[in-house]
Design a binder for this molecule. Structure first.
Ligand SMILES: NC(=O)C1=CN([C@@H]2O[C@H](COP(=O)(O)OP(=O)(O)OC[C@H]3O[C@@H](n4cnc5c(N)ncnc54)[C@H](OP(=O)(O)O)[C@@H]3O)[C@@H](O)[C@H]2O)C=CC1
Ligand SMILES: O=C(CO)COP(=O)(O)O
Length: 346
């Protein structure tokens, strides 16, 4: 399906320019969508040569090949100029780079600029949620939002229908962000539940590694469906313990993204699991995938968080033990399959 070239009513063109920070597959897809919707969009990346090549080719050949840049999109490497000329910012780096990115942004920020973030993960070593890292670095001055949901970059980039949840509490910024994104086949649902939305995005990546392992070991469709369902139960328990709403985890940022990532080979996390089941090590699989695999870093953080909050997450524990090289994929399956019987709802 060809992407619609004309923005619809209530278009993003009514808003000022926006900078997307992080020029990987998802940052590029978001920037293409924003520009297609009518926002003047700067796509900022840290490597000046790569950004100049992208601007010349009007395509991100490394991370999102085949997706032509609309006229309103400029690929840039001068962060200060892009931030100066922008009304809002959208961060889409891997979550391990979020703090560093915010530190670069902080001295350039005006208080009226909104900061949205599309990272799916927890901060390495601290286990902090995305919005907690933003508040920690820039304080509560700027309106913030977190975008999550079932959104493979390539499908968004070519304009296939896609839906997300936007967690935000500032009404004006929520309206502006929804206005920029919603339309032309893209649905943006709003929520005030930061913890629920962010736990969904971080934990589903770990679960997708687990389902990839199970599928790689040919454990069948029953196992896949059972694991996805029990993974959702774990995510709901953790989200609730962090003050999130269980219903949020039943939505796009929870169940929606969990199903997407666990069942389709576009997912880098699922592919990681498939490779682990073949006997590859984590570094070998990362080398083969060549893009970020957030679940690898998220797994120990989710486990630490769950233990601290006394939330039972046996699937996550088993997947993390495989990632850390403590047990093999087959041992993880045995560990889960031999757990004692329990009530489904507890
Ligand atoms: N891809 C997808 O389908 C989706 C991804 N996401 C989330 O979006 C986030 C980004 O992922 P994605 O775009 O896929 O990742 P990719 O692996 O495709 O690209 C990562 C990008 O981040 C850049 N980068 C790495 N470290 C830094 C840094 N310290 N400062 C600035 N830029 C940096 C890389 O630059 P360089 O090339 O120079 O190394 C590269 O451009 C993740 O949290 C992911 O979970 C969310 C929804 C969908
Ligand atoms: O978050 C994603 C889709 O919503 C992308 O998943 P992967 O990072 O596993 O590719």
């Amino acid at each position: 399906m060809a992407p619609p070239s004309q923005p619809t009513e209530d278009t993003a063109a009514a808003h000022g320019p926006i900078t997307v920070l992080g020029a990987g597959s998802f940052g590029t897809a978001l920037a293409v969508h924003l520009a297609r919707r009518g926002s003047d969009t700067f796509l900022w990346g840290r490597n000046a040569d790569k950004m100049a090549a992208m601007e010349a080719a009007r395509e991100n050949a490394q991370y999102l090949p085949g997706c032509h840049f609309p006229a309103r999109l400029a690929a840039v490497s001068d962060l200060a100029a892009a931030v100066r000329d922008s009304e809002d910012l959208l961060i889409s780096t891997p979550s391990y780079a979020l703090r560093e990115t915010l530190e670069s942004l902080k001295p350039l920020l005006r208080p009226d600029q909104g900061i949205a973030c599309a990272c799916k993960g927890l901060e390495p070593n601290t286990g902090r949620l995305v919005h907690e890292v933003i508040l920690d670095v820039v304080g509560a001055r700027n309106p913030i939002a977190v975008i999550s949901g079932p959104t493979f970059a390539k499908e968004l980039g070519i304009g296939l229908p896609t839906a997300v949840t936007i967690a935000a509490q500032d009404e004006g910024f929520t309206r502006r962000l929804v206005g920029r994104l919603h339309g032309d086949g893209f649905r943006a649902y709003s929520s005030e539940d930061f913890a629920g939305v962010e736990i969904g995005g971080a934990a589903k990546n770990v679960m997708a590694i687990g389902v990839g392992i199970a599928d790689g070991l040919s454990l069948g469709a029953n196992t896949r469906a059972g694991m996805i369902t029990r993974a959702l139960a774990e995510m709901m328990r953790l989200g609730k313990a962090l003050g999130g709403k269980p219903e949020t985890l039943m939505g796009l940022a929870g169940m929606g993204d969990l199903v997407l990532t666990c069942t389709d080979n576009q997912s880098r996390n699922r592919r990681m699991g498939l490779l682990l089941a073949q006997g590859k090590t984590v570094p070998e699989a990362i080398q083969e995938i060549q893009q970020v695999v957030e679940g690898v870093r998220a797994a120990p953080e989710v486990v630490r968080l769950a233990r601290r909050l006394e939330v039972e997450m046996p699937i996550t524990e088993a997947i993390n033990a495989v990632i850390q090289g403590e047990i093999t994929p087959v041992q993880a399956v045995m560990q889960l399959a031999t757990r004692p019987a329990r009530a489904e709802l507890e």
